[in-house]
Design a protein. Sequence first.
Length: 557
Amino acid sequence: MSSKNNQSALTTLVTVFFFWGFIAASNGVFIPFCKTYFNIDQFQSQLVDFAFYGAYYLGALFLFVMSSSIKKDVLNNWGYKTGIVYGLLISALGALLMYPFIDGAQQGDTPVFYLVLVALFIVGLGFSLQQTAANPFVISLGSADKGSQRLNLAGGINSFGTTIGPIVIALIIFGSTPLSGNELNQMIANNEIKLTTVQFLYIGVGILFLAAAALFHFSKKLPNTKSEEEFEPANKAKNTLIVLTILIAVCFGLIFNTYTSTDGHSDSVENTRLLLLVVALLAVVGCIFFANTRAKKKPEGWGAMKYPQLVLGMLAIFTYVGVEVTIQSNLGELLKSVADKVNNLNPLGLKVMNDAEIAPFISLYWGGLMIGRWVGAISVFNPSKGLKKWLLILVPYVAFGVILLVNFGKYSGLEILLFSVCVAIQVGGFFLAKDNPIATLKIFSILGIIGMIIGVFASGQLALFALLSGGLFCSIMWPCLFTLSITGLGKYTAQGSSFLIMMILGGAIIPPLQGKLADIFSIQSSYWIAVLCFVYLLFYTFKTKAALQKQGLTSED
């Protein structure tokens, strides 16, 4: 394909990235609303993420198992474009099912909540197929050395969807009239604000999915690209992943079962739930390292898992997605919780917010990811060295201006100033990293650790914006992690990419774990889980650098 055709194809392709962002970020507003509407605890509210991101894992695993069974790459047999079309159709089905599932839903009608989870699971299943196809598709549309920058560009479009998603959802559910927390809760209790308000939103989303499927199917600018690599069976890896799936299913099944008991909220039951969540987390870590340890001794049958950079990368993607999602998924509860009833203050010492007031801060968090990804995409346009330095300073604040425009009048002057300082810190990180993926990960992991620790110990606006800065520091990590993890995999590259997509599973396990920590301890202290995620990402940079250097695949950073 010519460069012009590549650009046209990339323009068409990035539309699906917008959809992923819009729906995923909307969950940040939807989760606290569901908690209030269905009278559920913080862990249960995080099942929105469990259903949505768990679908990514199961979808990618199903493709891998099917491919292993027929000894042929199912997705590659279809072609990337066809795979995206099928994924869009599946997501459309999930979105359209939301209408009958929540029709007539009433406040406190918990069974309906589980139907909502089913619909979101189907949407996520479609996204899994789309993302498995779209990431290598983007990389294939041009030179390999610019692949990560093209992913950043697509990620910037994804993040624009994440920025406006929370605002649109809040407007649809709560309307444009400002309400106090008590007024909003009373309206929900009286069924004046209903879950059914989102019915037509999902009808619209379903129609958009169908329209996008038609656009992709009939687009002549978008080739039905296929990988030229042969599918490499890895039966031992497949069996290990199936065992992992069973372990996770057992843990969560036992947790769900405890909610049917009469003493469902006793201390002993809560501690049992937390233990099971920790077991599920350890199962992921244990199974992946078991695979790599066995593969070192006898690589036959393990496929891509014999490469340490891939195994380390799988856990890095797991923790990265987990921390990216969990910061904002639990942020709503942090801002609306009442710690001081006399002064109506939340745990941070700020005024307690209602579900509608939370949306601009969820938007700001996801907007931080948009800022970083726009900066990461600068290299795609091949600017001169001097111009690039200016763009590294200007682009973040142009992106911030877009966030302010989308949320016009929602932030105070102090809040704008504080986030501007956070953006300046991010810009400094980009200058220090100099486009080196290992250095980038190292710097932003350290900044993430610092931000989360401040969020745990501080109070007021300082603590809030320290937590919000997590979006800025996560923003650039995905393409760096993805690129480093598949470096040197050769014929196992496609298989390694599939394993990495499976590890979006982190978004399904880490947020519920934080939710249960919040139920047992406190919502602010539960953010230690975010600190630990960034600590692993920092550990990953050192271990992966050493592994790649040992294979002669990278130089000093």
